[in-house]
Structures are given as structure tokens and as C-alpha cells.
Design a protein around this ligand. Structure first.
Ligand code: NI
Length: 163
């Protein structure tokens, strides 16, 4: 496994639409392993392949319950609303207030190509939506109700996580 460089906002790769994965091979597995290690090392709760410069529909998430790997993920249902703070490993040091569904269900494939469904509430629902947005070239700043002020950031310093 290897830590990959996380692309920062301003790099065009973050604004492109990622392509579906068609080969579930060792190259994909290496990418997944590297992405999980990179996410953990950066203390993030999620990472999408474009954030390491790869325009493929691959996401890893870990909200503290183990790594979830999602290949070609699609939101198939969502419910409710959760307005909360959100960050991104590609936008370091900035946070915003973003409305996301309280619950979301995602259909995807696992690393072997088998179809899976992942259902999440709260932070997991937020992470699922945030990472899938990355695959469409969208960043949380685009939909944030507002970004947090310097004072609010200071209060947040000891908590929270980035996606
Ligand atoms: Ni992000």
C-alpha cells in the first residue's frame, strides 16, 4: 500500500466527471488499498478517486465502523434532511454548512464486481452523498449554505472530520 497525494481545490481534475469502472482487477484493488490508507493518514472519513487524480467511479468511506469500498456508486433513495458542518480533504482548513439527506441508500459494486447496497444515516449519509458528488466533479463549496467564519473554525478545531 502507498499513500497517494491528495489533489487540492483549483486542480481541474476535481471538476471532471469520472468514468465507470469496468475492470475489477489488481489495479483497482491497489487503488482501493491506497485510497483507504491515504484517507486514514489524513484523518478523513471519505475519499473519492478524483481526489488522488484518478477519474474513475471509486469511493472509500470510514466513519469509524470500518472501510466501505464503493465502485460505481449511485444514490437510489434518500429521506429527510440534515444540515451540518462539512469539510473536504481537497479543501483543507475550510468548512461549510451543508444540507444533506438524513438517510441515503446507495447501490454500488464491491471490489470483485458484486452488487451491494449500503444504507447510511447522519454522518454516513453525508459522506455517501459528498463522495458521490466528487465523481460528478462537484465540491461541497458549490452547495454550502455558507462557509464557516474564522471564529467558528477555531471552535471546530478539536472535533470534526474531512471527506
Ligand atoms: Ni471531499
Amino acid at each position: 500500500m502507498a499513500i497517494r497525494n491528495i489533489v487540492k481545490e483549483g486542480d481541474e481534475v476535481l471538476r471532471k466527471v469520472s468514468k465507470p469502472v469496468v475492470r475489477f482487477d489488481e489495479k483497482l484493488w491497489t487503488l482501493l488499498d491506497d485510497m483507504a490508507q491515504t484517507m486514514h493518514e489524513a484523518n478523513g472519513v471519505g475519499l473519492a478517486a478524483p481526489q488522488v487524480g484518478i477519474l474513475r467511479r471509486v469511493v472509500v468511506i470510514d466513519v469509524g465502523e470500518g472501510v466501505i469500498e464503493l465502485i460505481n456508486p449511485q444514490v437510489i433513495s434518500s429521506a429527510g434532511e440534515n444540515v451540518g458542518t462539512e469539510g473536504c480533504l481537497s479543501i483543507p482548513g475550510e468548512w461549510g454548512i451543508v444540507a444533506r439527506p438524513e438517510k441515503a441508500a446507495v447501490k454500488a459494486q464491491d471490489r470483485d464486481g458484486n452488487e451491494i447496497v449500503v444504507e447510511g444515516e447522519g454522518l454516513l449519509a453525508r459522506a455517501l452523498c459528498h463522495e458521490i458528488d466528487h465523481l460528478e466533479g462537484k465540491l461541497f463549496r458549490d452547495i454550502a449554505q455558507r462557509m464557516l467564519s474564522a471564529e467558528e473554525l477555531e471552535q471546530l478545531e478539536e472535533q470534526g472530520s474531512e471527506e
